[in-house]
Design a binder for this molecule. Structure first.
Ligand SMILES: O=C(O)CCC(=O)C(=O)O
Length: 273
């Protein structure tokens, strides 16, 4: 079994309404071209900057999620709706809402690992100044099997990705927004490593690079196979990236090179608490 997946590598601006409209038009186009699963990037309705998160935050259900849920049911697709700042009580989360083909919410991932880094002379970012920590691992059930969803910095944690694979994920989808320092250095290799570690399709969605924003996203949205082949990769511009996901290939690679079975779990293990 297989399906077409699409990543909407959209340009995110300071205009929230325009961002949501852009997301809607790209989702519509991707669905019309046959994509059954459509993915948006991290913080697709809000510039990636701490000062904006509280200003753009919405509770669930809210305007952005309502609109996307309606569109998802109209187009009869699965939508991994990138992420948006989600307000619950006093806390704002970096949250990915996942909708099924009837527009129903089938999953919600709140970013578990917050991006607090200080690379001297290059980039300093402290998400935990404004955002709260998600506590749950997210694996959703779809007509195309189980899919794991995580957000950006989460993909650097092999234990989380492994737990998703152990929960049955054959595809891992990560809305993300790497930058011009860590992107060129780590983006491709991390995506390939996580695809190979777990023998999954790894789908990483970035926004397009906006040189007018304070944070310059790396772009390069990518779809990598369980064998480590790059099925599709964007450059930095706005585009819709398509790829065919062949779930038989996941089974074949896992049968031929049974990594997950060869783990020495009597000696070590990765466990969910
Ligand atoms: O891990 C990285 O280098 C980038 C992470 C990031 O930008 C994020 O988590 O939003």
């Amino acid at each position: 079994m297989g399906f077409k997946i699409a990543i909407c590598q959209m340009m995110v601006t300071e205009d929230k309404e325009k961002n949501v409209e852009k997301a809607e038009s790209m989702i519509r186009e991707a669905a019309e071209k046959g994509a059954k699963v459509v993915v948006l990037p991290e913080m697709f309705n809000c510039p990636y900057e701490n000062k904006y998160f509280p200003l753009y935050a919405e509770t669930y259900p809210g305007k952005t999620t309502e609109r996307l849920s309606l569109l998802t049911s109209e187009m009869e697709i699965y939508l991994v709706a990138g992420s948006i700042p989600e307000q619950e009580g006093d806390i704002i989360y970096n949250t990915s809402f996942i909708f099924g083909p009837k527009g129903k919410l089938i999953g919600r991932h709140r970013k578990m690992h917050l991006f607090d880094i200080d690379v001297e002379g290059k980039i300093r970012f402290k998400e935990s100044d404004t955002l709260g920590y998600g506590e749950d691992i997210t694996v959703v059930d779809t007509d195309f099997g189980k899919m794991g969803v995580a957000i950006c910095y989460d993909m650097r944690f092999p234990e989380l990705m492994r737990l998703m694979a152990l929960e049955g994920a054959e595809v891992i989808i990560v809305p993300a927004a790497f930058n011009m320092t860590t992107g060129p250095a780590h983006w491709d290799i991390t995506i390939k490593a996580r695809a190979l570690d777990n023998q999954v399709y790894f789908v990483a969605a970035s926004p397009a690079r906006n040189m007018e924003a304070s944070y310059h996203a790396y772009g390069h949205s990518s779809i990598v196979s369980p064998w480590g082949d790059v099925i599709a990769q964007a450059n930095a511009q706005e585009t819709i990236l398509y790829g065919e996901i062949d779930l038989e290939l996941v089974k074949k690679v896992r049968r031929e090179l049974p990594l997950l079975q060869h783990r020495r779990t009597t000696l070590y293990d990765v466990v969910k608490k």
